[in-house]
Design a protein around this ligand. Structure first.
Ligand SMILES: C[S@@+](CC[C@H](N)C(=O)[O-])C[C@H]1O[C@@H](n2cnc3c(N)ncnc32)[C@H](O)[C@@H]1O
Length: 268
């Protein structure tokens, strides 16, 4: 038992040495690491497997070194000019695979979704990545609250500072959404392209999160192209998975098909 605890702290420390993973939620590293050690792997193999999983669910989407300080400067410099500010947001979103894929559809995506929603005063952005940078395209009510959560400390710090520039009551937090979710009630929870990552970490996690989210509406989306760029029937597969997940819940579901993303709006 003592050995296992000691091995786990060695594993967490070994993973955190890597600059790629030093900002990842330590609880998530430990949770994945504990699962790998249980498979009776040697420490070295468990460290390797933990890093591989963290890469698949997080760093694979980061396209370059994130220059948060430079990005904050450009956002602050353009904060008084909406067109320039939006241009700065687009430029930053281009550095993350998920938001990058959304750029060609960003105007239609948010106008279409918000046209199907009542006035939104509070949002929870689950596994947010850089999606909060799309707030200027969202039709939120004045002074709405916006809570964003993800597993990277440096990313959530950056998003928190960005939110201070926005006309919202914003906060960004480090959170492994499989083990914890903010408890407040939200008008809208956004869960964009996160389902495949969460299901990869814990089979069945996606459906449980949908149930546990304290929100009237939930926007769930899926990628249509794999990280390698091939479609491979993803739309049909994810659509089937989603409908299986919500089967029998009695929720109202609307489907939206965009060029690069499949989305569902759930009303509980
Ligand atoms: C495919 S990206 C989607 C990002 C964003 N929602 C978007 O669509 O632009 C998946 C995101 O999930 C985050 N993530 C992975 N596992 C998580 C977990 N257990 N809890 C919270 N966030 C997680 C990753 O760090 C990454 O930002």
């Amino acid at each position: 038992m003592g050995d296992r605890t000691e091995q786990l702290s060695q594993l967490v420390a070994s993973v955190q040495i890597s600059s790629k993973f030093k900002n990842v939620h330590p609880g998530l590293i430990a949770r994945i690491g504990a699962g790998e050690l249980k498979k009776e792997r040697r420490l070295k193999e468990a460290v390797k497997a933990t890093k591989k999983k963290l890469h698949q669910v997080g760093s694979a989407y980061q396209l370059s070194r994130n220059d948060y300080q430079a990005w904050l400067s450009s956002l602050r410099e353009s904060a008084n000019d909406l067109d320039q500010f939006k241009a700065a947001c687009l430029e930053i979103m281009d550095h993350n695979r998920s938001t990058q894929e959304r750029l060609p559809i960003i105007v239609d995506f948010y106008s279409e979704i918000f046209a199907h929603l009542p006035p939104i005063n509070s949002v929870l952005d689950v596994a947010c990545g850089f999606n909060p940078l799309a707030i200027p395209w969202m039709d939120l009510e004045e002074n709405a609250s916006y809570t964003a959560v993800d597993i990277y400390k440096d990313m959530t710090n950056f998003i928190g500072e960005y939110l201070e520039l926005m006309p919202v009551q914003g906060k960004a937090m480090l959170c492994d959404v499989i083990t914890e979710l903010p408890g407040e009630r939200f008008d809208l929870a956004i869960m964009l392209k996160a389902m495949p990552c969460l299901e990869q970490l814990d089979k069945g996690a996606g459906g449980l999160i949908l149930e546990n989210l304290n929100a009237k509406h939930i926007l769930v989306s899926y990628p249509i192209y794999s990280l390698g760029g091939k479609a491979k029937g993803m739309l049909e597969n994810y659509q089937r998975q989603f409908y299986e997940m919500v089967d029998g819940k009695g929720w109202n579901i609307q489907k939206f098909e965009f060029l690069t993303e499949l989305a569902f709006l759930v009303e509980k």
